[in-house]
Design a protein around this ligand. Structure first.
Ligand code: SF4
Ligand code: SF4
Length: 241
């Protein structure tokens, strides 16, 4: 048959799934709004409960087509730009664990929910009821790079936004032999601004790397913290004066 699976685990003040069903098949045995939803009865597969759930916690499982696979409707709100009908995706449970692979058979918008796509997946029957989502990026696609990827900053890139100092200004002085960031600060004013060098420090270090200057050759900015630890005796001395 066809029925919704309510991957709803937290007692929160929410009940649209209970009020939207045209057959009144979703209710709760607990508190009318805080209780966890429960499904009973003959579902007609209208998909309203899938589309309405703000937590994307409802899927619809349809076993009517084949015994070995099921059609699972999953709510999806990340746009359709990378979905491809007929392609395989990794499917996950409600807590993100990998369950296996499924084939995208199509998708559609539910009436009245322009931002929610109802994604149709053909999954092995034994995992269908646990499928709650799809992986949109495989781990190898998001693994950290073995080496940092640094594209040289263009000369007109702003390095110090407070004082409007460009990468070209910094590069020119580094090429003329300046190796002390305090010296750079005095010449260009980079680092003098209200932010206290929060942005420019790392960008100047980056330009040094781009220029092939070893880190050990560059003198860092002198720290000028907004707060300084002060012994109480100092205040006593101040009073005495
Ligand atoms: S799919 Fe439609 S009929 Fe079935 S439980 Fe959800 S809202 Fe009710
Ligand atoms: S609408 Fe979704 S989050 Fe709210 S109670 Fe129903 S299943 Fe849970």
């Amino acid at each position: 048959g066809v029925f919704p699976v309510l991957h709803c685990m937290q007692e929160i003040p929410c009940n649209p799934c209970m009020t939207c069903c045209p057959k009144d098949l979703i209710g709760t045995l607990g508190h009318p709004i805080m209780g966890l939803p429960e499904f009973h009865g003959e579902c007609v597969g209208c998909e309203k409960c899938v589309a309405v759930c703000p937590g994307l916690a409802v899927t619809l499982v349809d076993f009517r087509k084949s015994g070995e696979t099921a059609l699972v409707t999953v709510p999806f709100e990340l746009g359709e730009w990378h979905l491809e009908s007929g392609s395989e995706v990794t499917v996950t449970g409600w807590e993100g664990s990998v369950l296996g692979r499924a084939v995208i058979t199509g998708w559609k918008k539910a009436a009245g929910f322009p931002y929610t796509t109802l994604l149709k997946l053909e999954t092995p029957a034994d995992i269908a009821c646990r499928v709650a989502g799809v992986r949109i990026q495989e781990p190898e696609d998001i693994a950290p790079l073995s080496e940092p990827l640094e594209v040289p900053l263009p000369d007109d890139a702003i390095v110090c936004r407070c004082e409007r100092v460009s990468a070209g200004d910094i590069r020119r002085h580094l090429r003329s032999g300046v190796r002390d960031m305090n010296h750079l600060k005095a010449i260009t004013r980079a680092g003098f601004g209200a932010c206290g060098g929060k942005t420019c420090t790392s960008l100047i270090e980056r330009i040094c790397r781009e220029e092939g200057i070893p880190a050990g050759e560059v003198t860092a900015f002198t720290d000028r913290p907004l707060f300084a630890e002060t012994e109480l005796g100092w205040f006593k001395g101040a009073d005495d004066e």
